[in-house]
Design a protein around this ligand. Structure first.
Ligand code: C5P
Length: 232
């Protein structure tokens, strides 16, 4: 079933407390239906807050990038599934991905794999002991994720076309690094507009500062949804 434009926008609640997150969610109202909670908020009351959001009818993406021994990952994912979250990230190691799929069984939680962190370049991979470059490792891990039954991948808009070829139509591609035309890039080096990301084949866009750090977050979110709508 085709997604509505508004369901494709995921706002990153990169704020230091649940109180600040609540203020932002109230301000955004019906304009935003999907929120991402990462390390910063998760470790500052973000998990009980995620439950409140879900109870209020919002969807939640827990960006926790899990990676541990299989048994620990599977049990952790079971707990996340009980929260009622929609998406959870894990690092794309085969054992971790298999454990995550086992842990989410019977729930509506979908597992997204992070292939290679976007802050890593070829030299970082070599320093970590890998013999592949970023492109090779990202492609290899995307293929493993697909074969293991992972539900989707987090990737930059520039990777969407190449990864879609590997992932096929069945996996969702979730894309951060989005900046509306004319916006401030912040620390994102490779940025793409909402329209370009959607045209490239992204299913969901993750947007943080261009929404939460503006004077009028609701208008900013509505403008992004309008841009997605025009691009579909
Ligand atoms: O504020 P901004 O729109 O740059 O926020 C993007 C969000 O997506 C942040 O929460 C960031 O951690 C996350 N992210 C990213 N790049 C990735 C993976 C996640 O920017 N490769």
């Amino acid at each position: 079933m085709a997604l509505e434009s508004r369901e494709r926008l995921i706002v990153a609640l990169d704020v230091p407390s649940a109180a600040k997150a609540e203020t932002m969610v109230t301000q955004l109202g019906d304009s935003v239906r999907f929120y991402k909670i990462g390390y910063q908020l998760a470790f500052a009351g973000g998990l009980p807050f995620a439950k409140e959001l879900i109870a209020a009818g919002k969807q939640v993406f827990l960006d926790l990038k899990l990676h541990d021994i299989g048994n620990t990952v599977a049990k952790g994912v079971e707990s996340v599934a009980q929260l009622g979250a929609t998406f959870l990230t894990v690092h794309a190691y085969p054992q971790t991905m298999k454990a995550a799929i086992e842990g989410r069984r019977g729930s509506k939680l979908r597992i997204l794999a992070v292939t290679v962190l976007t802050s890593y370049d070829d030299a970082d991979l070599a320093a970590a002991g890998y013999e592949m470059d970023v492109k090779e490792l990202a492609s290899a891990r995307a293929a493993q994720a697909r074969d293991i039954g992972i539900d989707g991948l987090v990737c930059s808009a520039e990777e969407v076309t190449a990864l879609r070829d590997i992932a096929g139509a069945g996996m969702v591609l979730v894309t951060p690094g989005i900046r509306p035309a004319g916006g401030d890039a912040g620390d994102q080096k490779r940025i793409v507009t909402p329209a370009r990301a959607i045209k490239a084949g992204a299913d969901y866009l993750v947007v943080g500062r261009p929404v939460v750090e503006t004077a009028d977050p609701r208008s900013a979110a509505d403008a992004i949804v309008a841009e997605i709508d025009a691009a579909i």
